[in-house]
Design a protein around this ligand. Sequence first.
Ligand code: NAG
Ligand code: NAG
Ligand code: NAG
Ligand code: NAG
Ligand code: NAG
Ligand code: NAG
Ligand code: NAG
Length: 529
Amino acid sequence: MSLVRWCPTRAIHRGLYLIVLWSSLCYLIFRFSGQDDTASFVNSNTKFVPLEAEPLIDRKPTPSELDLANQIQKNVPNLPIIYWQKYRGKLMKMNRTCAKFPSLYDINYNNMYWQILKSSNWSFYLYGAYYDNRTLVAMKPVIRILGMNDRLDQKVKIYCQLWFEGHTQPVFSQVFEYNLMWYKRWGDYTKGTFKPYMIACQIPPGYKHLVPESVSLVEKPCDMAKTNLRVINNRPEHGKKEDFAVCVKGLDFLHDDLSVRLVEWLELLFLVGANKVFFYQLEVHHNISKVLNYYQNQGKVEVTPITLPGEQPNIPGLLHMYLKSKLTNKRLNELIPYNDCLYKNIYRYKYIVLLDTDEIIMPKGVMNWKELMDTVIIPKALQTKKTLQASYNVRNVYFMDNMKYSQDWYIKIPNYMHMLQHVSRSVNYTKPRQYVKCFHDPEQVLTLHNHFPLSCLGGNCTTYDIETADAHLQHYRTDCVKTLKRSCDKEFRNNTIIDTTIWKYRDLLISQVTKVLVRLDFFNPRRGN
Ligand SMILES: *[C@@H]1O[C@H](CO)[C@@H](O)[C@H](O)[C@H]1NC(C)=O
Ligand SMILES: *[C@@H]1O[C@H](CO)[C@@H](O)[C@H](O)[C@H]1NC(C)=O
Ligand SMILES: *[C@@H]1O[C@H](CO)[C@@H](O)[C@H](O)[C@H]1NC(C)=O
Ligand SMILES: *[C@@H]1O[C@H](CO)[C@@H](O)[C@H](O)[C@H]1NC(C)=O
Ligand SMILES: *[C@@H]1O[C@H](CO)[C@@H](O)[C@H](O)[C@H]1NC(C)=O
Ligand SMILES: *[C@@H]1O[C@H](CO)[C@@H](O)[C@H](O)[C@H]1NC(C)=O
Ligand SMILES: *[C@@H]1O[C@H](CO)[C@@H](O)[C@H](O)[C@H]1NC(C)=O
């Protein structure tokens, strides 16, 4: 029983609000029409004169083509739009009948971010191109191109046309490496299923000192190209590598509002020492966008929109249903963002970490990843393996939703802190090297899969198994992964212990997360709480 219900405050507020709104509108109309009160309004509360009204539309001037190009470049990093604008109209080609520089209007686009190289027998959907002159690359420097192909084991001859700043003619180079980013035993090779590939062209002698601006893929060297990808060569801003980049595959949470969970996850990542988190976005809830925009404006997060290539559904909602029911297609598609994230960061970070938003690599004896790697893992790895490894993997352990206890000591933790609340985990880890996550060394890995490198430079991939006493992967789920469901109860769910390692960040994490949630208006002060 509350006294408030006897006060008609809500009605009064609403009335006042309407009056204020209405008077402002009238004021604007009069102000800009130069009319006085009585001329157009018989009664200012009821009559509105459309002939005099000025609707509030965006009156910013139309951006210049250069502004537009910069904006497009930001949204679609694989498009060489700045370069094209600079040389548009200049004669850029091998000769009159050979290898003309394609206008951006000649490109065969697909689903926003893909470009198609089509032959009679196959189509190659290109996503990105990268300059690679890492020390261990035997043929360096090379241009690597990521894409998906609808035919398995494509070994046809195709060519790169490389375009350099200030040169009016392209340089030809035949593709010398086809790297299928998938193990055949993982299955699904029905014709028409897209397979993720990374292919490479060498930069020919005479041009090795130059970084190409863009690359076109063609079947025959002189073809008029229908593709043109900007060559990505991101170098560290201050000349020195930062420590850790985290990569997150295409977010598909249109209806799942994971925004608050995401804030807790990001803040914990920053506390353990992630320098920046790179997201790919298929479709997300508007509250998640709000969170991502906030961190993006702070420079701590980068969000790259992505679609599925070809004739796969990109219709909001249907996309989610498709990925849920076609698990192999989902996995095949994921290889592109993982490897794009690797290649745009090879020179900028010491380690690349692929994580899902329900996973955290938890250091045990130390406070953060840098201490973990520098003072624990690297010395141990050097001692047992003698050399630096391509990756350092951590074991996976489940923290399941229904494992939560309601004990007194949780009282000081707000309900909205999912990870801090869930400190009960299964005793058993999943098997060594299964469902693991890694710190990848970008100087050594060639292609990445979700859990481990698929291929490495200079031979077989090496890995160091991080001991569970030093760190492990905390995996927050409602259930075991599909492949472990049958044994889930017996091996994991019925055998739990309390693991409060995460509480070493408790106070800082609560205050950081709460600050952000308040700033983003997640708590409505008028309703209290
Ligand atoms: C144009 O260049 C190509 C490749 O270098 C060459 O094979 C061809 O003969 C040239 N054609 C003309 C008309 O110069
Ligand atoms: C296309 O496929 C046919 C039949 O398999 C083959 O004879 C032909 O050489 C292929 N063409 C190309 C360009 O790969
Ligand atoms: C790679 O290219 C960059 C310029 O993009 C250059 O500064 C660097 O020295 C090159 N590194 C190697 C190993 O060739
Ligand atoms: C890579 O691994 C394979 C299979 O284990 C082995 O046969 C081969 O000798 C290894 N290659 C190198 C360069 O170590
Ligand atoms: C796991 O625990 C549940 C509930 O305590 C029980 O019903 C079930 O039989 C147990 N399963 C196994 C395999 O021990
Ligand atoms: C999991 O734990 C049970 C005991 O609770 C044990 O019998 C079993 O061998 C363990 N399984 C694995 C895969 O470690
Ligand atoms: C989250 O979404 C709901 C539903 O659209 C909306 O009512 C709420 O205001 C949003 N929260 C924030 C913080 O924007």
